[in-house]
Write a protein that binds this ligand. Structure first.
Ligand code: ADP
Length: 459
C-alpha cells in the first residue's frame, strides 16, 4: 500500500475487523463462563414449575395446557414412557436428543442440556435450536411417567428492540466507515499539496504559495516550508546575482589586460607608451588580485557559522598601526589627519577587525580629494568601543546610502574617482562587525564628507 490514504483505510478496516472479532470472542467467553449456567438454571426453573403444576392440578387436557405454555415463547418436547414424543410450539431445527438422556429423565433424573452443550463449537449455544440444547424434567400425569424438555423460542424472544439495536450497530458501522473515508481524505489533502510543493522546490521552482491555513502540526509544517522556500528563493536570487556580478567584475580587467597586451606586441611602440601600457596591465592584475582576496574573505565569512578566533587584545594600538600604514598615501595627497584614540582592550578576532579599519580608512583616503581632512577617533566605555572614521571627501547621495553595504555596489561618482574599487569592502566591514555583535552606521552629505561609526561590545 503506497498511499497514506490507502494505509489509513486499511488500518481503519483492520481496526474494525479486529475490534469486532475481539468483542465476539469476549461475549462468547462470557457466555460459556457465566451465562450458560444461569441460562440453564433459569429454564430449569420454568420447566420445573410447569411439571409441578401438571402434577399438582392434573389439567383436563395436557395437550392444550402445553400448547398454551408454548405459545408464550417456548419450544416443548414431551416424551411418554413408551418413548413417544410430541412437540409444542415451533419445531426444532435439529432432533438430536439421545435416547439414553430421555430414559434417564423418565427414570426420575434432570436433564441439563444447556449447561453441558459442547463448548468447542464457536457458535454460541444460546442460538443452537436443537433438542439436545434443552433442559428436561420428569413428571407423572394420571399415573403415567413423562419427560418434558424445554428451550426458549429465540424467534419469539427477538423483539423489535433487538432488531432496532442490531440495525443501529450496522448503521453505525457503515456511517463511521464513510466518515473515516471523508476525514482521511481531508487530513491527507494538505500532505499531498506539500509533497507536490517539495517536488517543485526540488526542481528549483520557488513560485506559488501553499493554500494551507490550519493551526495544527500540518499547518505549522506548511508554514515552516513556506519560510524555507522564501529563504531558498532569496538565496537563489542572491547566488545568481553574485555570480553575474563576479563574472562582470572579472571580465572588464581581463579585457583590459588582453587589449593592452595586444598593443604591447607592436614592436615599433615607443618606450614611453610601452611603459604606460605595462602600468595599466599591472594595475588591472592588482585589481584582480584584491578582488579574489576579498571574495575569498567573504566566502570564508559566509561559509562558517563563526569563523572568528576571538582574543582580548589592544585595539587602540591596532588602529594606530593601521593609520601608520597609510601615512605615505596621506602625505602624497596632502591630507591632514587628526587622531584621538583612547587606550582600550577588546575581545574579538584581530585579523578580521584589522580588515574593518583598513577598509574604512582606505575608503576615506580614496574618496577624499587632495588637501582634505580625515578624523579618526576611538572612545572606550565600560561595555563597548566606538571607532569613528570621518572624512571631508565626495560624500554619498542620500538615496544611495541604503545600498553601499551591498556586495559589488559602487556609486557612479566613485567609479570615476577611484578605478581600483571592487564594491566588496563595506560588505566585508558590515559582516565582520555583525559577527562581533556590533553595529555600523553611516552619515554622509554629498560633496561635504562621510562619517562611519563602528560600535563593538567588549564582551
Ligand atoms: P569600493 O571598493 O568601491 O570602495 P566599498 O564596498 O568599500 O567598495 O564601498 C562601496 C561604495 O560606497 C563605494 O564604491 C563608494 O561609492 C561608497 N563609499 C564608501 N566609503 C565612502 C567614503 N568614505 N566616501 C564616499 N563614498 C564612499
Amino acid at each position: 500500500m503506497k498511499s497514506l490514504y490507502g494505509k489509513f483505510l486499511l488500518y481503519t478496516a483492520g481496526i474494525m475487523v479486529f475490534s469486532g472479532l475481539t468483542a465476539f470472542l469476549a461475549v462468547n467467553t462470557y457466555y460459556h463462563r457465566n451465562l450458560k449456567d444461569s441460562n440453564d438454571d433459569k429454564n430449569m426453573n420454568i420447566v420445573r414449575q410447569l411439571a409441578n403444576y401438571i402434577e399438582e392440578t392434573t389439567p383436563e387436557e395436557l395437550d392444550l395446557y402445553l400448547k398454551t405454555q408454548a405459545s408464550a415463547g417456548y419450544k416443548l418436547l414431551l416424551v411418554s414412557d413408551d418413548l413417544e414424543g410430541r412437540r409444542y410450539g415451533q419445531s426444532f431445527r435439529l432432533d438430536n436428543l439421545k435416547e439414553k438422556d430421555v430414559k434417564s429423565v423418565l427414570n426420575g433424573g434432570d436433564y441439563h442440556g444447556m449447561k453441558n452443550f459442547p463448548t468447542e463449537t464457536f457458535v454460541t449455544g444460546f442460538f443452537s435450536d436443537e433438542t439436545a440444547n434443552t433442559v428436561g424434567v420428569p413428571f407423572t400425569y394420571r399415573g403415567k411417567e413423562y419427560a418434558l424438555f424445554l428451550r426458549p423460542d429465540i424467534k419469539l424472544l427477538f423483539t423489535e428492540v433487538h432488531y432496532l439495536l442490531g440495525g443501529m450497530v450496522i448503521v453505525m458501522a457503515i456511517a463511521s466507515l464513510l466518515a473515516m473515508l471523508i476525514v482521511a481524505k481531508r487530513l491527507i489533502h494538505p500532505i499531498t499539496q506539500l509533497t507536490l510543493a517539495t517536488k517543485k522546490v526540488g526542481k528549483e521552482e520557488f513560485s506559488g504559495i501553499l493554500p494551507i491555513h490550519q493551526q495544527d502540526e500540518i499547518g505549522q509544517l506548511a508554514e515552516s516550508f513556506q519560510k524555507m522556500t522564501k529563504r531558498l528563493k532569496e538565496n537563489d536570487l542572491i547566488r545568481k546575482k553574485f555570480i553575474s556580478d563576479v563574472s562582470h567584475d572579472f571580465q572588464s580587467p581581463l579585457l583590459n589586460i588582453k587589449g593592452y597586451a595586444g598593443l604591447l606586441m607592436d614592436e615599433t611602440l615607443p618606450n614611453e607608451e610601452r611603459a604606460g601600457y605595462a602600468k595599466v596591465i599591472q594595475a588591472e592584475t592588482d585589481r584582480l588580485s584584491s578582488l579574489t582576496k576579498q571574495l575569498l574573505l567573504l566566502t570564508s565569512l559566509d561559509q562558517m557559522m563563526s569563523p572568528l578566533k576571538p582574543v582580548t587584545y589592544d585595539v587602540s594600538e591596532q588602529l594606530r598601526d593601521t593609520v601608520r600604514k597609510y601615512r605615505w598615501l596621506l602625505e602624497e595627497k596632502q591630507i591632514s589627519l587628526s587622531m584621538e584614540i583612547e587606550d582600550s582592550e577588546l575581545t574579538g578576532d584581530p585579523a578580521f577587525l584589522e580588515k574593518v579599519w583598513e577598509n574604512l580608512l582606505s575608503n576615506a583616503l580614496k574618496y577624499t580629494p587632495d588637501y582634505g581632512t580625515i578624523e579618526v577617533s576611538l572612545v572606550s566605555t565600560e561595555h563597548s568601543v566606538t571607532v569613528q572614521i570621518g572624512d571631508s571627501g565626495i560624500g554619498i547621495a542620500e538615496e544611495n546610502l541604503a545600498h553601499i553595504f551591498n556586495r559589488f555596489y559602487r556609486e557612479d561618482d566613485s567609479r570615476t574617482i577611484a578605478a581600483e574599487g571592487t564594491g566588496l569592502g563595506l560588505s566585508i566591514v558590515q559582516q565582520v562587525t555583525e559577527l562581533h555583535n556590533g553595529t555600523i552606521t553611516v552619515t554622509s552629505e554629498k560633496g561635504k564628507g562621510t562619517v562611519f561609526i563602528v560600535t563593538l561590545p567588549k564582551l
